[in-house]
Design a protein. Sequence first.
Length: 210
Amino acid sequence: MSKQLTIQGLQCERGERVLFSDLSFTVEPGQLCHLNGANGSGKTTLLRTIAGYTLPYAGTVSWNEKPATLSNSSYTQAYRYVGHQNGLKKSLNARENLEFFQQLYGLNASSDSVTSALETLKINDKSQLSIRDLSQGQQRKIALARLLLGSSDLWILDEPFTSLDLASRNLIENLMQQHLHQEGSIILTTHHPLVNIPSGSIHVIELDRE
């Protein structure tokens, strides 16, 4: 079965203002879709709609020809969403946050997979520290470590490189490239150039303000 995300005739609004309308495109396995547009053009709204957190005014989002909604468990298990906000529980430490997300994703609890994610993101030495005691860049890496918990087909990322230094941005790009090489797909917004990903893998969607 093709692991394809399909957007058809999508319209999203904020208040009474149309952000975009009649938007249609697909994201194929092995493809990175880069949403581009001015502030306020609806990039974050589109990502949240694809993740099922915001309902469109019109149109559909589908995964493998079935509705891509929070009630579709095969879809919610297939994607990982990291928004502009890190979404971490500040009362927990880094490891506990990832263990919480393991449960949320319906994965079997495994300290090995959490440790592997922390080590890959080069943040394992901070795993016992409270989120409150981590820098913004360290918190962002913990949020992005969720991508490595279990297997997933689609990464939905809102400004993933926020607060990261150059070495960390390169690390995340390399993980993205590995995901694409394994026939995963990515849809994201970013103000940073994607320097390590072949241009042939990137599909740009322009969101023009109405």
